[in-house]
Ligand binder design. Structure first.
Ligand code: 13P
Ligand code: SF4
Length: 307
Protein backbone atom coordinates (compact mmCIF):
# COMPACT_ATOMS: atom_id res chain seq x y z
CA UNK A 1 0.00 0.00 0.00
CA UNK A 2 1.24 3.49 -0.72
CA UNK A 3 1.53 6.07 2.05
CA UNK A 4 -1.49 7.93 0.65
CA UNK A 5 -3.59 4.75 0.61
CA UNK A 6 -2.65 4.00 4.21
CA UNK A 7 -3.58 7.52 5.29
CA UNK A 8 -6.94 7.26 3.51
CA UNK A 9 -7.70 3.86 5.08
CA UNK A 10 -6.78 5.18 8.55
CA UNK A 11 -9.05 8.21 8.10
CA UNK A 12 -11.94 6.00 6.91
CA UNK A 13 -11.55 3.55 9.81
CA UNK A 14 -11.43 6.40 12.34
CA UNK A 15 -14.77 7.66 11.05
CA UNK A 16 -16.38 4.21 10.82
CA UNK A 17 -15.34 3.20 14.35
CA UNK A 18 -15.56 6.59 16.12
CA UNK A 19 -11.85 6.24 16.84
CA UNK A 20 -9.11 8.80 17.35
CA UNK A 21 -5.35 8.59 17.08
CA UNK A 22 -3.35 10.26 19.85
CA UNK A 23 0.35 10.72 19.15
CA UNK A 24 3.28 11.95 21.19
CA UNK A 25 5.66 14.53 19.71
CA UNK A 26 8.37 11.84 19.59
CA UNK A 27 6.36 9.68 17.18
CA UNK A 28 7.27 9.12 13.57
CA UNK A 29 6.46 12.24 11.47
CA UNK A 30 3.89 10.43 9.26
CA UNK A 31 2.08 9.20 12.36
CA UNK A 32 2.09 12.71 13.84
CA UNK A 33 0.47 13.96 10.63
CA UNK A 34 -2.35 11.41 10.78
CA UNK A 35 -3.07 11.99 14.49
CA UNK A 36 -6.20 13.77 15.70
CA UNK A 37 -4.30 15.12 18.65
CA UNK A 38 -0.59 15.58 19.21
CA UNK A 39 0.74 16.30 22.66
CA UNK A 40 3.23 15.75 25.44
CA UNK A 41 2.45 13.20 28.12
CA UNK A 42 0.39 15.61 30.26
CA UNK A 43 -1.64 16.94 27.31
CA UNK A 44 -2.27 13.40 26.04
CA UNK A 45 -3.48 12.24 29.48
CA UNK A 46 -5.96 15.12 29.60
CA UNK A 47 -7.10 14.48 26.04
CA UNK A 48 -7.66 10.76 26.70
CA UNK A 49 -10.10 11.75 29.43
CA UNK A 50 -12.07 14.34 27.46
CA UNK A 51 -12.08 12.89 23.91
CA UNK A 52 -15.45 11.84 22.56
CA UNK A 53 -14.42 8.51 21.04
CA UNK A 54 -15.04 4.79 21.48
CA UNK A 55 -11.52 3.80 20.51
CA UNK A 56 -8.18 5.49 21.17
CA UNK A 57 -5.16 4.35 19.18
CA UNK A 58 -2.23 5.52 21.25
CA UNK A 59 0.83 6.14 19.09
CA UNK A 60 3.30 6.60 21.89
CA UNK A 61 4.70 4.14 24.40
CA UNK A 62 2.95 1.61 26.61
CA UNK A 63 2.87 3.58 29.88
CA UNK A 64 1.10 6.45 28.09
CA UNK A 65 -1.56 4.10 26.70
CA UNK A 66 -1.97 2.57 30.17
CA UNK A 67 -2.53 6.05 31.59
CA UNK A 68 -5.20 6.67 28.93
CA UNK A 69 -6.87 3.34 29.73
CA UNK A 70 -6.90 4.13 33.46
CA UNK A 71 -8.44 7.56 32.85
CA UNK A 72 -10.98 6.26 30.30
CA UNK A 73 -11.94 2.70 31.26
CA UNK A 74 -15.05 2.91 29.04
CA UNK A 75 -12.91 3.44 25.91
CA UNK A 76 -10.97 0.76 24.07
CA UNK A 77 -7.31 1.84 24.15
CA UNK A 78 -5.05 0.25 21.54
CA UNK A 79 -1.27 0.30 21.13
CA UNK A 80 -0.04 -0.23 17.56
CA UNK A 81 3.20 -1.86 18.75
CA UNK A 82 3.33 -4.25 21.70
CA UNK A 83 7.06 -3.72 22.18
CA UNK A 84 6.79 0.05 22.75
CA UNK A 85 8.33 0.13 26.22
CA UNK A 86 10.30 2.85 27.96
CA UNK A 87 13.64 2.58 29.72
CA UNK A 88 12.35 4.66 32.62
CA UNK A 89 9.08 2.80 33.09
CA UNK A 90 10.74 -0.60 32.67
CA UNK A 91 13.49 0.21 35.18
CA UNK A 92 11.41 0.16 38.38
CA UNK A 93 8.74 -2.05 39.92
CA UNK A 94 6.23 -1.62 42.71
CA UNK A 95 8.32 -3.65 45.16
CA UNK A 96 10.90 -0.85 45.51
CA UNK A 97 8.12 1.61 46.37
CA UNK A 98 6.35 -0.77 48.76
CA UNK A 99 9.63 -1.30 50.65
CA UNK A 100 10.21 2.46 50.91
CA UNK A 101 6.62 3.00 52.10
CA UNK A 102 7.01 0.29 54.75
CA UNK A 103 10.12 2.05 56.07
CA UNK A 104 8.55 5.53 55.70
CA UNK A 105 4.85 5.17 56.49
CA UNK A 106 4.30 8.97 56.50
CA UNK A 107 6.37 9.51 53.36
CA UNK A 108 5.02 10.60 49.97
CA UNK A 109 5.84 8.69 46.79
CA UNK A 110 5.89 10.94 43.73
CA UNK A 111 6.09 8.97 40.49
CA UNK A 112 6.90 10.40 37.14
CA UNK A 113 4.08 9.44 34.78
CA UNK A 114 6.68 7.36 32.88
CA UNK A 115 5.90 4.35 35.09
CA UNK A 116 3.77 1.23 34.82
CA UNK A 117 0.27 0.98 36.29
CA UNK A 118 1.73 -1.40 38.88
CA UNK A 119 4.18 1.28 40.06
CA UNK A 120 1.43 3.90 40.02
CA UNK A 121 -0.62 1.65 42.30
CA UNK A 122 2.05 2.25 45.01
CA UNK A 123 2.23 6.00 44.32
CA UNK A 124 0.65 8.99 46.11
CA UNK A 125 0.83 11.50 43.26
CA UNK A 126 2.13 11.48 39.70
CA UNK A 127 3.80 14.25 37.75
CA UNK A 128 4.98 14.82 34.22
CA UNK A 129 7.91 16.95 33.16
CA UNK A 130 5.40 19.77 32.45
CA UNK A 131 4.04 19.99 36.01
CA UNK A 132 6.87 18.44 38.09
CA UNK A 133 7.93 21.74 39.72
CA UNK A 134 4.42 22.79 40.70
CA UNK A 135 3.54 19.31 42.01
CA UNK A 136 6.72 19.26 44.15
CA UNK A 137 6.12 22.80 45.44
CA UNK A 138 2.53 21.83 46.39
CA UNK A 139 3.64 19.05 48.77
CA UNK A 140 3.90 19.78 52.52
CA UNK A 141 7.27 21.44 53.24
CA UNK A 142 8.36 18.93 55.86
CA UNK A 143 7.26 15.86 53.86
CA UNK A 144 9.61 12.98 53.30
CA UNK A 145 9.49 12.45 49.52
CA UNK A 146 10.61 9.55 47.34
CA UNK A 147 10.83 10.57 43.67
CA UNK A 148 10.63 7.70 41.19
CA UNK A 149 12.24 6.76 38.79
CA UNK A 150 14.17 9.52 36.93
CA UNK A 151 17.25 10.72 38.82
CA UNK A 152 17.87 13.50 36.26
CA UNK A 153 14.39 15.02 36.46
CA UNK A 154 14.49 14.50 40.25
CA UNK A 155 17.80 16.40 40.59
CA UNK A 156 16.41 19.17 38.42
CA UNK A 157 13.34 19.49 40.69
CA UNK A 158 15.61 19.66 43.75
CA UNK A 159 17.78 22.35 42.09
CA UNK A 160 14.72 24.50 41.30
CA UNK A 161 12.54 24.02 44.37
CA UNK A 162 15.07 23.33 47.13
CA UNK A 163 12.84 20.43 48.23
CA UNK A 164 14.61 17.49 49.82
CA UNK A 165 13.76 14.28 47.98
CA UNK A 166 15.13 10.80 47.94
CA UNK A 167 15.72 9.80 44.31
CA UNK A 168 15.33 6.42 42.66
CA UNK A 169 18.35 5.71 40.47
CA UNK A 170 16.64 5.40 37.07
CA UNK A 171 17.09 7.30 33.83
CA UNK A 172 15.86 7.59 30.27
CA UNK A 173 18.59 5.98 28.18
CA UNK A 174 17.79 8.42 25.37
CA UNK A 175 17.98 11.72 27.27
CA UNK A 176 20.76 10.52 29.56
CA UNK A 177 23.05 10.87 26.52
CA UNK A 178 22.60 14.67 26.58
CA UNK A 179 25.67 15.87 28.47
CA UNK A 180 26.97 19.32 29.34
CA UNK A 181 29.87 18.84 26.91
CA UNK A 182 27.49 18.00 24.06
CA UNK A 183 25.43 21.13 24.74
CA UNK A 184 28.51 23.40 25.09
CA UNK A 185 30.00 22.05 21.83
CA UNK A 186 26.80 22.88 19.96
CA UNK A 187 26.61 26.33 21.59
CA UNK A 188 30.13 27.06 20.38
CA UNK A 189 29.01 26.18 16.82
CA UNK A 190 25.76 28.18 17.04
CA UNK A 191 26.44 31.05 19.49
CA UNK A 192 23.23 32.93 18.58
CA UNK A 193 20.92 30.01 19.37
CA UNK A 194 18.71 29.42 22.39
CA UNK A 195 19.16 25.92 23.77
CA UNK A 196 15.95 24.12 24.77
CA UNK A 197 16.61 21.10 26.98
CA UNK A 198 14.35 18.37 28.36
CA UNK A 199 14.90 17.84 32.12
CA UNK A 200 15.39 14.08 31.68
CA UNK A 201 18.80 15.03 30.22
CA UNK A 202 21.99 14.15 32.08
CA UNK A 203 22.97 17.84 32.23
CA UNK A 204 19.65 18.96 33.77
CA UNK A 205 21.07 19.89 37.19
CA UNK A 206 24.47 21.15 36.07
CA UNK A 207 24.93 24.80 37.17
CA UNK A 208 27.01 25.39 34.01
CA UNK A 209 23.82 24.79 32.03
CA UNK A 210 21.26 26.15 34.49
CA UNK A 211 23.10 29.47 34.90
CA UNK A 212 23.69 29.97 31.19
CA UNK A 213 21.28 32.70 29.96
CA UNK A 214 20.80 30.94 26.58
CA UNK A 215 19.83 27.57 28.09
CA UNK A 216 16.22 26.73 29.04
CA UNK A 217 14.91 23.57 30.69
CA UNK A 218 11.44 22.59 29.51
CA UNK A 219 9.01 19.73 29.03
CA UNK A 220 8.20 19.00 25.38
CA UNK A 221 5.23 21.40 25.38
CA UNK A 222 7.43 24.08 27.00
CA UNK A 223 10.04 23.65 24.25
CA UNK A 224 7.34 24.15 21.62
CA UNK A 225 5.91 27.20 23.39
CA UNK A 226 9.32 28.88 23.82
CA UNK A 227 10.21 28.32 20.15
CA UNK A 228 6.94 29.88 18.95
CA UNK A 229 7.02 32.86 21.31
CA UNK A 230 10.73 33.73 21.06
CA UNK A 231 11.99 36.39 18.65
CA UNK A 232 15.18 34.31 18.18
CA UNK A 233 15.67 32.61 14.82
CA UNK A 234 17.86 29.66 15.80
CA UNK A 235 17.38 26.94 18.42
CA UNK A 236 19.40 23.93 19.55
CA UNK A 237 16.96 21.20 20.55
CA UNK A 238 18.15 18.88 23.31
CA UNK A 239 15.42 16.29 23.37
CA UNK A 240 14.11 13.43 21.23
CA UNK A 241 14.49 14.27 17.52
CA UNK A 242 10.78 13.63 16.71
CA UNK A 243 10.00 17.01 18.32
CA UNK A 244 11.75 18.74 15.40
CA UNK A 245 8.91 17.80 13.03
CA UNK A 246 6.34 19.86 14.93
CA UNK A 247 8.82 22.68 15.67
CA UNK A 248 9.62 23.08 11.97
CA UNK A 249 5.98 22.81 10.91
CA UNK A 250 4.88 25.50 13.37
CA UNK A 251 7.81 27.87 12.78
CA UNK A 252 8.76 27.91 9.10
CA UNK A 253 11.00 30.99 9.43
CA UNK A 254 13.14 29.55 12.23
CA UNK A 255 15.99 27.06 12.32
CA UNK A 256 16.02 24.03 14.64
CA UNK A 257 19.21 22.06 15.15
CA UNK A 258 19.22 18.76 17.07
CA UNK A 259 21.84 18.70 19.82
CA UNK A 260 22.72 15.29 18.36
CA UNK A 261 20.93 13.13 15.81
CA UNK A 262 21.50 10.17 18.17
CA UNK A 263 18.81 11.36 20.60
CA UNK A 264 16.24 8.91 19.23
CA UNK A 265 13.68 6.87 21.18
CA UNK A 266 13.35 3.68 19.15
CA UNK A 267 10.32 2.64 21.20
CA UNK A 268 8.45 5.72 20.00
CA UNK A 269 9.27 4.91 16.38
CA UNK A 270 7.60 1.48 16.58
CA UNK A 271 4.22 3.06 15.81
CA UNK A 272 4.19 3.43 12.03
CA UNK A 273 1.41 4.20 9.56
CA UNK A 274 1.15 0.44 8.88
CA UNK A 275 0.87 -0.51 12.55
CA UNK A 276 -1.64 2.29 13.25
CA UNK A 277 -3.73 1.04 10.31
CA UNK A 278 -3.57 -2.58 11.53
CA UNK A 279 -4.40 -1.53 15.09
CA UNK A 280 -7.54 0.23 13.83
CA UNK A 281 -8.51 -2.53 11.41
CA UNK A 282 -8.08 -5.44 13.86
CA UNK A 283 -8.70 -3.48 17.08
CA UNK A 284 -5.39 -4.66 18.52
CA UNK A 285 -3.47 -4.54 20.83
CA UNK A 286 -5.88 -3.63 23.58
CA UNK A 287 -4.40 -2.32 26.82
CA UNK A 288 -5.83 -4.19 29.80
CA UNK A 289 -5.13 -3.25 33.38
CA UNK A 290 -5.81 -5.82 36.06
CA UNK A 291 -8.83 -4.75 38.09
CA UNK A 292 -6.96 -5.45 41.34
CA UNK A 293 -4.67 -2.47 40.68
CA UNK A 294 -6.70 -0.20 38.37
CA UNK A 295 -8.33 1.86 41.15
CA UNK A 296 -5.09 2.32 43.08
CA UNK A 297 -3.17 3.21 39.88
CA UNK A 298 -5.75 5.80 38.84
CA UNK A 299 -5.70 7.63 42.20
CA UNK A 300 -2.24 9.31 41.77
CA UNK A 301 -3.10 10.31 38.18
CA UNK A 302 -6.36 11.90 39.36
CA UNK A 303 -4.46 13.63 42.19
CA UNK A 304 -2.11 15.10 39.55
CA UNK A 305 -4.83 16.15 37.10
CA UNK A 306 -6.77 17.90 39.86
CA UNK A 307 -3.80 20.17 40.72
P1 13P B 1 6.96 14.76 28.10
O1 13P B 1 6.40 14.71 29.49
O2 13P B 1 7.69 16.01 27.82
O3 13P B 1 5.94 14.41 27.11
O4 13P B 1 8.06 13.62 28.02
C1 13P B 1 7.70 12.29 27.95
C2 13P B 1 8.85 11.45 27.71
O5 13P B 1 8.77 10.26 27.55
C3 13P B 1 10.12 12.10 27.71
O6 13P B 1 11.10 11.22 27.38
FE1 SF4 C 1 10.91 6.47 27.77
FE2 SF4 C 1 13.04 7.92 27.23
FE3 SF4 C 1 11.59 6.97 25.24
FE4 SF4 C 1 10.64 8.95 26.78
S1 SF4 C 1 12.40 9.04 25.40
S2 SF4 C 1 9.54 7.13 26.13
S3 SF4 C 1 11.50 8.37 28.76
S4 SF4 C 1 12.77 5.77 26.73
Amino acid sequence: MTKQELVEKIQALKKEKNAIVLAHYYSDADVQDVADFLGDSLELSRKAGTADADIIVFAGVHFMAETAALISPQKKVLVPALGAGCTLADGVNGEALAEWKAANPDGIVVSYVNTTAEVKSHTDICCTSANALSIAKGLPEDAKIFFVPDRNLGSYIISQTGRKMELYNGCCKVHDQVTTEMVLDMMAKYPEADVLIHPESKCSNDPVILENPNCYMYSTSGILRHASESSKKQFIIATEVGTLHKLRKDNPGKEFIPVSDKIVCHYMKLSTLESVYEALRDEKFEVKIHESIAGKALAPITAMLQK
